[in-house]
Design a binder for this molecule. Structure first.
Ligand SMILES: Nc1nc2c(ncn2[C@@H]2O[C@H](COP(=O)(O)OP(=O)(O)OP(=O)(O)O)[C@@H](O)[C@H]2O)c(=O)[nH]1
Ligand SMILES: [Mg+2]
Length: 266
């Protein structure tokens, strides 16, 4: 008997679109001034991080197809609180982290925030992945790289968005993508990376697909979450993808000695 032909690219596209539709159900949940006051460490969350003005809030608005869900602003440092959003139900969350590298924030506050951020990335059990946003015109600044090493220490998968891709011509944006990949290789970091433009709404399905996989991967790892949160519906494609995930290994980077020095971002 012949094996039925499966179009993997088409399956991925369907999965990505479905993930995006689900993410469009995102609602604001709560704000917290520090990680100590954030919601209980249960369920799953994906954090959006990046320098001030990198385009985090705009990316969340574009992804969720809601104009004012996360407040975006021309003034850097706009997002000062940690903002939690729920996707469908409160056990699947999206987190908009305050931007780092904002010059007007006093040094002491910056240091405190960095300690908290490291603690969050390394210890938060419900954190399923980190979306790191970096402006395509000057990607991977010092503190971005520090974030990547903390994520590696916490064995956290990372997806990088080269934001504001509309600011560069096609060739230049492809070059930026290649150069950033090269830099990640030099640093020994395994991250996925894509071009992104909130303005042109480019890269949304790809991002939603990555996030969908993270949530589902963790669901696989954690049967209790799967059954108690009832996140799986009767979608054969989704179940098939979940089975695939079960069979593959984690693909996460190995632990490495952390750099405990507190950086000051440039
Ligand atoms: N051209 C262009 N501008 C963008 C894009 N995304 C965001 N911006 C602009 O960049 C500025 C900062 O965007 P935000 O989304 O507020 O950035 P943020 O990372 O949330 O900033 P903080 O909250 O300060 O950390 C705003 O003026 C946005 O309009 C994009 O895809 N293309
Ligand atoms: Mg913001």
């Amino acid at each position: 008997m012949s094996t039925p032909f499966t179009d993997v690219a088409a399956e991925h596209a369907v999965f990505n679109t479905k993930s995006r539709q689900r993410i469009q159900q995102t609602e604001f949940m709560t704000s917290a001034p520090t990680f100590r006051l954030c919601p209980p460490d249960v369920g799953l969350e994906v954090a959006f991080a990046g320098r001030s003005n990198a385009g985090k809030s705009s990316a969340i608005n574009a992804l969720t197809n809601q104009r004012q869900l996360a407040r975006s602003s021309k003034t850097p440092g706009r997002t000062q609180m940690i903002n939690f959003f729920s996707i469908g139900d409160k056990h699947r969350r999206l987190v908009d982290l305050p931007g780092y590298g904002y010059a007007a924030v006093p040094l002491e506050m910056k240091k405190e925030w960095q300690v908290e951020l490291e603690e969050y990335l390394v210890s938060r059990s419900s954190l399923a992945g980190l979306v790191l946003m970096t402006d395509i015109r000057h990607p991977l600044k010092f503190f971005d790289e520090q974030m990547l090493f903390w994520a590696k220490e916490g064995e956290l998968p990372v997806h990088i968005l080269l934001t504001k891709a509309d600011k560069l011509k096609y060739g230049a944006s492809k070059n930026a993508l290649l150069n950033t990949r090269k830099r990640l290789k030099e640093l020994g970091l395994k991250c996925t990376i894509q071009l992104f433009s909130a303005l042109r709404k480019e890269g949304l399905d790809e991002l939603a697909g990555v996030m969908g996989n993270w949530y589902d991967y963790q669901l696989n790892d954690n049967k209790i979450i799967e059954s108690s949160f009832n996140l799986l519906d009767d979608d054969p494609l989704e179940e098939e993808l979940l089975e695939d995930n079960e069979q593959s290994d984690s693909g996460q980077p190995a632990n490495e000695q952390s750099n405990n020095e507190l950086p000051t971002d440039k």
